[in-house]
Design a protein around this ligand. Structure first.
Ligand SMILES: [Zn+2]
Length: 277
């Protein structure tokens, strides 16, 4: 079911990991950001859009992780975009014949049969100097940063006050750093949070890729919470963070493990570099 969160901006939720697909109405159809996860959910979304008389005229994937790269044939054949770095990363993965088989192993077994991988990752990279999505609708500014995944982009729809945050600023997921071949994942993440802080004043509605939507009054609190978590990781301390604390209601069986693995990987890389702490 589609829910309006701002004038001409609609959200379609997924059962998987509280995922949110975002629909932005343009003049001749909609921009669809991170379409969803299960085939039935994307077909439902396609159906809703058909009933509204709104074809999909452009797609966008916020980052090169499988749950943000999916598509369904019923959504049509509009161009699907990502940042140049996102598309390059996906291109390398797609050229590996075993990639989809590996992805299928990461998907929870109870849903893997319902996740359509045939149109996975068929995106076009936008030129690195392109600052907005090329489409006929409200200006959608690409706020690219290196934090959670290569070429991760948040999208700011300034005239509507909407920030689509991808896998940043979630109220249910702790910051998950990109620890693959990145020189300084902690500083990258902190820089990305500063970048998002720089646009926070323009945000009335924050839509994270997973979790719940926040109003203007919660945007800075989410940034602060993420920053405190990343500082705790940097200092190898125990974070005081409700998302992995005893009161957490989401991901209790796996998020603490994600946190432990991040601590261990960062400890290993600082040993390797010979840097203290
Ligand atoms: Zn992700």
């Amino acid at each position: 079911m589609l829910r309006q969160v701002a004038e001409g901006v609609l959200i379609h939720g997924s059962e998987f990991c509280q995922s949110k697909a975002v629909v932005v109405q343009g003049r001749a159809g909609v921009l669809l950001i991170d379409p969803g996860v299960l085939a039935s959910e994307m077909a439902c979304l396609a159906n809703d859009l058909r009933e509204l008389g709104q074809p999909v005229v452009a797609g966008f994937s916020t980052h090169p992780h499988w749950d943000h790269l999916l598509w369904h044939a019923q959504l049509g054949a509009a161009p699907r975009y990502g940042t140049a770095r996102c598309a390059a990363t996906v291109g390398v993965q797609l050229s590996d014949a075993d990639w989809k088989a590996r992805i299928a192993q990461w998907i929870p077994p109870d849903i893997v049969g319902q996740v359509p991988l045939d149109l996975l990752g068929l995106i076009t990279g936008l030129p690195a100097d392109m600052v907005q999505i090329p489409w006929d609708g409200p200006h959608v500014r690409i706020v690219e940063h290196q934090a959670h995944a290569p070429g991760h982009a948040a999208l700011l729809i300034e005239e509507l006050g909407v920030l689509v945050a991808g896998d940043m600023l979630s109220d249910v997921l702790i910051p998950m750093l990109d620890l693959n071949d990145t020189a300084d994942p902690i500083e990258d993440y902190l820089a990305a949070l500063r970048l998002l802080e720089g646009v926070a004043g323009d945000v009335d509605v924050l839509v994270p890729g997973h979790g719940s939507i926040a109003g203007a009054d919660q945007v800075r609190a989410r940034i602060e919470l993420d920053r405190a978590y990343v500082h705790a990781l940097r200092d190898a301390g125990a974070p005081v963070d409700p998302r992995v604390g005893p009161s957490a209601t989401f991901g209790k069986d796996w998020l603490p493990g994600v946190h432990e693995r991040q601590l261990q990987r960062l400890a290993r890389s600082s040993e390797r570099d010979g840097t203290p702490g």
